[in-house]
Write a protein that binds this ligand. Structure first.
Ligand SMILES: Nc1ncnc2c1ncn2[C@@H]1O[C@H](COP(=O)(O)OP(=O)(O)O)[C@@H](O)[C@H]1O
Ligand SMILES: [Mg+2]
Length: 343
């Protein structure tokens, strides 16, 4: 059975309609099932499962394995109360809770799930990987739990940027078979400066498909406060999936005529209409407003040139070796990304 974002067990009617409408509004794939066999078949792999109140008792009787993101929905308060604990499900009472369906399904604010920020280069070498690494490292200072996912098959491995190529732990080749619900990966991944890394390995090229990317991101979102993805410039199926699952997409653009044109092309080709721009080193005479206007997306941060960064990257030093101005700009961006707001 094809994996869907939302599986709803409900007969035709208001509950089914409400969940399908909320899923459609978030552009999530959804399937309604009306019997237990179909529910069981899709149970493990669905992103979230919604069970109508009138089916809850039978679902409990079926004793499906425990899984996260199960919701019990409907108008029958007694059924909702009775079956939420045995199903390990959160309750959404209709019609009052209909707005919650949108909140629960809206990636940014899905309870318990970390935001996924993808950092895309509007052109090669603009500093997308560096920004991705810096955001993850900053998020991990204090007690934050951050993960950094490298989906760039030809980027040389983001662990190199962080000086973690000798650090033991699983890399993509160990994870390409991942599917559906994956448990907590933190104990298995290389960690540098508090950041869990999912990076490419040096060696034979690997085939990175869409499903493992979705499964790994799902696991990381449950175990961290922030997940940063570096999709790279050659957008493979896995990289595209990471963009689809991202709750926020930042496109790094350099402020020159050609760089802006390139960024506009990247945005168009990959349908990044909801992305935000991060402006790196505006050429004199080119303002953030001009860049925003030309690309058709808002500029949410400006990154200064930092002459320490290239040398630090060569030596595999964490990007927190960057100068204060660069760090301050990244901190502002991080606050924005974590706050989910647009100010
Ligand atoms: N703000 C910056 N100022 C100066 N150099 C930078 C900055 N950001 C990145 N770099 C340097 O630019 C080069 C390319 O950066 P990288 O992050 O790999 O770019 P991308 O991932 O977009 O190809 C590296 O040498 C990096 O250290
Ligand atoms: Mg890169």
């Amino acid at each position: 059975m094809e994996r869907v974002d939302v599986l709803v067990a409900a007969g035709p009617g208001d509950t089914q309609d409400a969940v399908l409408a909320a899923a459609a509004a978030q552009e999530l794939t959804a399937r309604a099932v009306t019997n237990l066999e179909e529910l069981a078949a899709g149970w493990r792999d669905a992103g979230a499962v919604f069970i109508a109140d009138d089916l809850a008792e039978r679902v409990v009787g079926r004793a499906l394995p425990h899984r996260p993101d199960v919701f019990l929905v409907g108008a029958d308060e007694r059924a909702l109360t009775a079956w939420s604990a045995p199903l390990g499900a959160r309750v959404i009472g209709l019609p009052a809770g209909a707005a919650w369906l949108g909140v629960v399904l809206g990636g940014d604010s899905a309870p318990g799930l970390a935001p996924v920020v993808a950092v895309v280069g509007g052109a090669g070498g603009v500093g997308a990987s560096t920004l991705a690494g810096t955001l993850a490292c900053l998020a991990a200072t204090g007690n934050g739990r951050a993960a950094l996912v490298d989906a760039d098959l030809v980027g040389g491995g983001i662990d190199l940027l962080l000086g973690a190529e000798q650090t033991g732990g699983w890399r993509w080749p160990r994870l390409t078979g991942a599917q559906g619900h994956v448990g907590d990966l933190r104990p298995y991944l290389p960690v540098v400066d508090g950041v869990s890394l999912v990076s490419m390995a040096r060696g034979p090229a690997i085939d990175l498909a869409r499903d493992p990317m979705a499964a790994i991101l799902g696991s990381l979102r449950r175990g961290h406060d922030l997940v940063v993805v570096d999709p790279g410039r050659s957008l493979t199926a896995a990289a595209r999936e990471s963009l689809r699952l991202a709750t926020r997409i930042l496109v790094v653009v350099q402020g020159g005529i050609r760089a802006v044109a390139a960024a506009r092309e990247v945005v168009r080709a990959h349908q990044l209409e909801s992305a935000e721009l991060v402006l790196r080193r505006a050429s004199p005479g080119i303002t953030a407003a001009m860049v925003a206007d030309a690309v058709g997306l808002p500029v949410v941060a400006e990154l200064p040139d930092d002459r320490r960064l290239p040398a630090a990257a060569e030596r595999g030093l964490p990007p927190l070796r960057a100068g204060r101005r660069y760090q301050r700009a990244c901190r502002g961006l991080l606050a924005r990304v974590m706050g989910g707001g647009d100010g």
